[in-house]
Design a protein around this ligand. Structure first.
Ligand code: FE
Length: 222
C-alpha cells in the first residue's frame, strides 16, 4: 500500500468518523472554531495566494526508523505541544487553497517534527498530529520551534491533502530572523540544499517565549 493510498484511506475513514461524531455530539470538538487564541488572528488576515502550488520538499525525510513516510493514524489534534515540553512556543496558522485560490475545506494536514533537542520520537507519537481545515480552509497548529539536527535547517515535515486529492509531502522552514536555542538559522538555510525560501513561514516578532507564524498552502485538489 502506498503512502498516498494510506493517507487517502485514513482521511476518508476519519472524515466519516468525524462527521458521525459531530452529528452525535453537536459539534463538541473544535472543528470550525478557529477563532480563538492568538494564532488565529494571523489566520484571519487576507490570504496571499498567487495560485502557485506549494512545492514538495527536496530534502531528506525524517531519519530512520521513521522511514520515508509517516505512519498513518497519528493523533487528530491541533495542539502537539505537550504540558511541560521544553522549547520556544510556536503558533502556526494559515489556509489551504486550491490553484484558483479558493479555500479547501476538510483538507488533511499531518505535521511531524523534531523537538527542542533536535530529536524525533522514534514511535512517531510526540510532536506528531493531524487535523482538518475548517470551512474557510483554515488551520492552526500549536507546537514548539524545532531545533536543527546535523546540518539541516530547522523544519517541520507536513503532508497536505484535499479530500480525495493527491498528497503533498513537504517541509516548512524558518527565516533568518528566528531566535531560538542559539541557532544560526540564516547560515543553516544558506548552506542547506533542502532549504527553499518558498517554504519559509512568515514569522511574527518573538513575544516572550512565543512566536506566531503564518503559512498558506496551495495544493492540487484532483
Ligand atoms: Fe526532518
Amino acid at each position: 500500500m502506498t503512502a498516498e493510498s494510506m493517507l487517502t484511506g485514513r482521511a476518508s475513514l476519519i472524515t466519516g468518523l468525524s462527521a458521525a461524531l459531530l452529528g452525535l455530539a453537536g459539534v463538541a470538538c473544535n472543528h470550525g472554531r478557529l477563532s480563538s487564541g492568538t494564532a488565529v488572528a494571523s489566520s484571519e488576515q487576507a490570504s496571499i495566494c498567487t495560485g502557485e502550488k506549494t512545492p514538495p520538499d527536496r530534502g531528506p525525510p525524517p531519519p530512520r526508523p521513521t522511514g520515508r513516510y509517516f505512519r498513518p493514524g497519528s493523533a487528530q489534534r491541533r495542539n502537539i505541544r505537550e504540558p511541560g515540553m521544553p522549547g520556544v512556543w510556536l503558533n502556526l496558522s494559515g489556509r489551504v487553497n486550491d490553484e484558483d485560490c479558493k479555500p479547501v475545506a476538510r483538507a488533511l494536514l499531518d505535521f511531524f517534527q523534531a523537538d527542542s533537542h533536535g530529536k524525533y520520537d522514534r514511535r512517531e507519537l510526540r510532536l506528531h498530529g493531524h487535523q482538518f481545515t475548517d470551512g474557510q480552509g483554515r488551520y492552526v497548529l500549536r507546537t514548539i520551534v524545532p531545533l536543527n539536527y546535523l546540518n539541516r535547517p530547522p523544519h517541520i515535515h507536513v503532508k497536505v491533502q484535499a479530500p480525495d486529492g493527491p498528497v503533498l509531502g513537504t517541509q516548512l522552514f524558518f527565516p533568518a530572523t528566528l531566535r531560538a536555542y542559539g541557532m544560526r538559522v540564516g547560515r543553516l538555510n544558506a548552506h542547506a540544499r533542502s532549504f527553499n525560501p518558498a517554504l519559509a513561514v512568515h514569522l511574527g516578532p518573538r513575544r516572550g517565549n512565543r512566536y506566531s507564524a503564518r503559512f498558506d498552502f496551495v495544493i492540487a485538489v484532483a
